[in-house]
Design a protein around this ligand. Structure first.
Ligand code: GUN
Length: 283
């Protein structure tokens, strides 16, 4: 039976560390870090994520500024709001919750955020930095995945890692972070032939596809570390991951639950990224 990597507990530890750091930073710089969060429209999932991000900020003592913009806002006006936040010296980090309404070009919006305030690590400058091996802002979910792997003392050196999913937000950056630790990394996706054969080779398996319970026990190597990035709502309204927890936990050595796994870690890493932006902004 697999052991659980408890993201909720680990995120609580990280948030306590951030909270202590905020006290120290306020004493040193005379103000607290400030995170601006923009949400466009009323996507219910996005509303939950943003609420949790603002709540975590409040817990850690990070100031937050929430901009709730109507779904029919023009791209031009959204870009103008971002430009204002970029220019505001009281704002250290800017996050635009994705997805955005269809009439808005996400790429343009991400590009518009000042690289040094890009707490999501989505800006091309930060993406390039990651792939070039520079010390730069790392996207929150991939950073959270790595922190969870580290928390169990897993040495990735020479291990086989398989990432299922190739998104810019998770799949690609997490693959690079695993590679940086000398894992042998495969990125699998919807066109991968015989996916089960590929995933069965993984010492570390990261599922980030957005398909409910698609990774089943027969696809997992005995003893593997399985990280489930998926957050899917079933027809019955239950939140489940991309991993079929019941069958996989019979085979894996370690597994992350959903909910209570990667989700809370993403938010904790966002707090760390905000601190980082604040420190760099002030130095
Ligand atoms: N939508 C889904 N995940 C994320 C994330 O990590 N950041 C932002 N801004 N939007 C998201």
């Amino acid at each position: 039976m697999a052991r659980i990597i408890d993201g909720k507990a680990l995120s609580a530890v990280v948030k306590e560390e951030v909270k202590a750091k905020v006290v120290e930073l306020e004493a040193r710089y005379g103000r607290r870090p400030c995170l601006a969060v923009i949400i466009v429209g009323e996507n219910p999932a996005s509303q939950v994520y943003v609420r949790n991000k603002v709540k975590a900020a409040a817990f850690t003592g990070i100031e937050s500024l929430q901009l709730e913009l109507p779904s029919d806002i023009s791209e031009e006006l959204l870009l103008k709001r971002i430009a204002e936040l970029n220019a505001d010296p009281a704002v250290d980090g800017i996050l635009v919750q994705l997805p955005l309404p269809k009439h808005i070009d996400e790429e343009k919006v991400i590009d518009a955020i000042a690289r040094e305030k890009d707490v999501d690590g989505f800006h091309p400058g930060n993406v390039a930095g990651l792939w070039l091996g520079k010390d730069c802002i790392v996207p929150c979910t991939p950073a959270g995945v790595m922190r969870m792997i580290d928390s169990i003392g897993c040495d990735l050196n020479g291990k086989t890692a398989v990432v299922v999913g190739r998104s810019n937000i998770v799949g690609k950056p997490v693959a690079k972070l695993l590679l940086d630790r000398n894992a042998t990394v495969t990125i699998a996706h919807s066109r991968t032939r015989d996916l089960a054969a590929v995933t069965r080779g993984a010492d570390v398996l990261v599922a980030a596809v957005g398909r409910p319970r698609m990774i089943t026990g027969d696809m997992v190597k005995p003893g593997a570390v399985v990280i489930d990035v998926g957050i899917n709502r079933t027809d019955e309204g239950k939140i489940v991951g991309d991993v079929d927890f019941d069958s996989v936990s019979e085979v894996a050595g370690w597994i992350t639950p959903v909910p209570g796994g990667v989700g809370p870690m993403t938010i904790a890493m966002l707090m760390e990224n905000t601190i980082r932006c604040f420190v760099e902004h002030n130095s």
